[in-house]
Structures are given as C-alpha cells and as structure tokens.
Design a protein around this ligand. Structure first.
Ligand code: AMP
Length: 399
C-alpha cells in the first residue's frame, strides 16, 4: 500500500525546496536539441504546484553518465530553456560544474517565493554515484525540504536520490513518483484478474528477477523478443543464429516447469519471423519454431504467435508490458511489437508500459495516450517489477 509522505502533506510556502527530477532526456548529437521531452513534461505538475504554493524551487537532476567529469554535451542547459518555455517563467540555470558552491548558495539564499533555479548535472560530481556524504550534505545545505520526483532514478542509491534525505528534516515524494508507485504497486499488489505480464527485449538475464517475482503473481506470463529463443532452445528446438543465452537454458526449463505447477499460463512463440541477416532489408520469412533454419535468426514473432499473445491480452483485466517482441527499430520486424501495443490500447483493462524500449515503441506508434500508464522509468520500473525496494523510495519518510 502507498504510505509515503507526499507534496500534499507538507507546507512549502516560503521554503527552499530541493526537487530531484529525472531530466535525463535524449539530446541530438547533431543539433543539441532535446528529442523526447516526455520526462520534462511529466515533471511539470509537481513544479507548478510548488510555484503556486510560493516555494523557492531548486531543481536538480542527472543527465547521462559523465562519471564525475563535466562535459558540455551533458549540461542541463537545454533542459532549463525547455522548462522556462513550459512554465512561462524564467528557470535560472546555475551553470557551475561543481553543482553546489558558494555562488550557488548565495543565489539560492536570494531567491524569492515562486522562483525556480536548476542546478548543473549532479553526476558532474564524482561523489554523486557513490552516495558520498559530503555531496549529500552540500545538496542538503541548499534546502529546507527535499522532494523526490525522479522515478526514473529511484533504483539508484545516489546522493541526490537517497543520501541527501539523511540531512534534510522534511522530505516527500512528488506527483510523478506518487503516480508511478501507486499504479505499478497497485497492479502488482491487487491486480484485477486475469493479470497478464508480457516480457520481451534482448536478454533473459536482464529479466530473471522480474520473472521470479511475477511468476508468483501473474495468471499469464508471455515471453517474446530475443529472450524467447532461449526458451525455444530449452524446449529442444534449433534456433539457428538467434539470440541465445545457453547458460540460462536450465533456468528457462525450471520456469516452464514452475509455471505448470503453479497453474500459470506461460506462453512462448509458436512461430517466428526469421531473417538471413540482422538487417531490415535481409531476406526474411515466417516459420514455425520447429523449423528455424540454421542460417537464419529470429527477429520478430510470427502471425500465429501474434494471435496467441493478443488473445491472451484481450482476456486480461490487468496487463503489464516490458520489452519489445522483436527488433522493432527495423520496420520490417516491428509487426509483433505493434500488435501488442495496439491490442493493449484497445482493451478495457489496466494497461501499463514498464518504461524503456517498450515505452519508446508505444509512444512512437502513437498508442501512449491510450494506456493507463506509461512509466517514465526503464531500469526503475524493471526493479520495481522484481519486487525489490527502490532506494529513492525507501529514503522518503512515511506519512
Ligand atoms: P531490452 O533493452 O532488453 O528491453 O531489449 C530491447 C532490445 O531488444 C531492442 O533494441 C530490440 O531490438 C532487441 N530485440 C528484440 N527482439 C530481438 C531479437 N529477436 N533479436 C535481437 N534483438 C532483439
């Protein structure tokens, strides 16, 4: 059950509020423009609420992986500009590579109620990812209240996500974080049934903890994408040049057995699109899984599998999806992924996209608006689905 203190439980008027957002947005290398502003837009309700309540809003976030070495290409400057446009007011960018210093402190102490500033990329400081106390204390020294609205970073025990809360008296979660935890948590704890989980993407090894957790909760577990070929191989079929994690064969067999014992329907592909090469224009065709030629690799689920999977989805009342069904970046192999997205968009059920590539695919195909929720966190939502506590959530006080 959701029991964290939220932004609605505290009075922020006249207070210096450090708001951790996830502004880790993709930026075009050629133009320097933000190419997907979803994470910025998702953070606006919390920022607007703080402005309306008369807080002094100090925004912070990481971007990319600078590993403690400041670089212009990972500056948050474009984010400050885009935020200013959305909010219709200046978001002053504090362009200091050390993120917090005496000048920053001076500017913050001169802020008026309703002002907004944005700190430089927190990962320009090497202490950030090590959760070192000195940087957590520096961040805490800027504020009276800390609010975490960065679901996409909640699985990281970093200074600006977790450590800082040790040195601030009052902390809470923002609206985005609250929404993510309520929806994902609600679906896992009390799903309306039948509850179907669809997993895809490249690797079994990335999803083991998720499978381990969800096999105890879901009614149907659908496995597609690159990871399915390890299951197909485990059943004794040849898979040609398809993705294989040979060391996960026993795991796949164990899971198929466990599903049977528990009465969980575990669906894997019955046919597959195979291509001669990993190339959109390579010769490709559909075969049953018993007949995958040695010189081909599986790149998408086939028509019969689309029918099998979408029929199961149509019978469901809660559906969570993480990971594409094929190499959806290549248009010839995007059919399976698109069929899942379309079916989820059409059914009357709680439909949740667990971030990452499937969120990108759903948005790109125009189905995002039709889902109950598209998570802003890839790694974070996967860890949430694994049932582990997220450091950024645990660190926030309970009501
Ligand atoms: P993940 O990050 O684990 O969700 O994996 C996403 C990636 O898996 C995407 O880039 C897809 O192109 C890739 N993928 C999905 N299906 C396959 C496949 N059959 N063979 C190779 N890669 C795949």
């Amino acid at each position: 059950m959701f029991n964290k203190k939220t932004i609605d439980d505290i009075n922020t008027k006249g207070k210096r509020v450090l708001l951790r957002c996830d502004f880790n947005v993709p930026i075009s290398k050629e133009t320097g423009e933000i190419t997907d502003e979803n994470r910025i837009v998702s953070s606006l309700p919390t920022i607007k609420k703080l402005i309306a309540d008369g807080a002094k809003v100090i925004l912070c976030s990481h971007m990319g992986k600078p590993k403690g070495v400041p670089s212009k290409s990972l500056s948050l400057a474009p984010v400050a500009e885009r935020l200013s446009e959305h909010l219709g007011k200046e978001v002053r960018f504090l362009d200091y590579d050390d993120v917090v210093n005496d000048e920053v402190k001076e500017i913050v102490s001169a802020m008026k109620d309703g002002d907004v500033v944005l700190l430089q990329n927190t990962r320009f400081r090497k202490e950030e990812t090590k959760n070192e106390e000195n940087f957590s204390k520096e961040l805490a020294s800027l504020c009276d209240i800390y609010i975490n609205d960065a679901f996409g970073s909640a699985h990281r025990a970093h200074c600006s996500v977790a450590g800082v809360t040790d040195f601030v008296d009052t902390n809470a979660v923002g609206y985005l974080m609250e929404k993510e935890i309520r929806i994902l948590g609600g679906a896992l704890d009390e799903p309306e049934r039948p509850f179907t989980v669809i997993l895809g993407g490249a690797k079994v090894s990335d999803k083991i903890e998720v499978i381990d957790n969800l096999i105890n909760k879901a009614d149907t577990l659908i496995i597609g994408g690159g990871m399915a070929y390890t299951f197909i191989y485990a059943k004794g079929y040849g898979i040609g040049k398809s993705l294989l994690e040979a060391d996960k064969t026993q795991y796949a067999l164990d899971m198929m057995k466990k599903a049977e014992e528990k009465g969980v329907k575990l669906l894997i592909p019955v046919d597959t699109v195979v291509a001669k090469d990993f190339d959109n224009d390579a010769e490709h065709f559909t075969v049953d899984i018993e007949n995958i030629p040695d010189d081909t690799l599986g790149v998408d689920i086939g028509e019969k599998t689309i029918e099998l999977f979408t029929n199961a989805i149509k019978e469901s009342k809660t559906v969570i999806w993480n990971g594409p069904m094929g190499v959806f970046e290549m248009p010839n192999y995007a059919k399976g992924t698109e069929a899942i997205a379309k079916t989820m968009a059409e059914i009357d059920a709680v439909t949740i996209i667990g971030g990452g590539d499937s969120a990108a695919a759903v948005d790109q195909m125009g189905y995002g608006e039709k889902m109950t929720h598209v998570s802003t966190g890839g790694g974070a939502s996967l860890e949430f689905l694994s049932g582990v506590d997220l450091p950024g959530v645990s660190a926030v006080d309970e009501k």
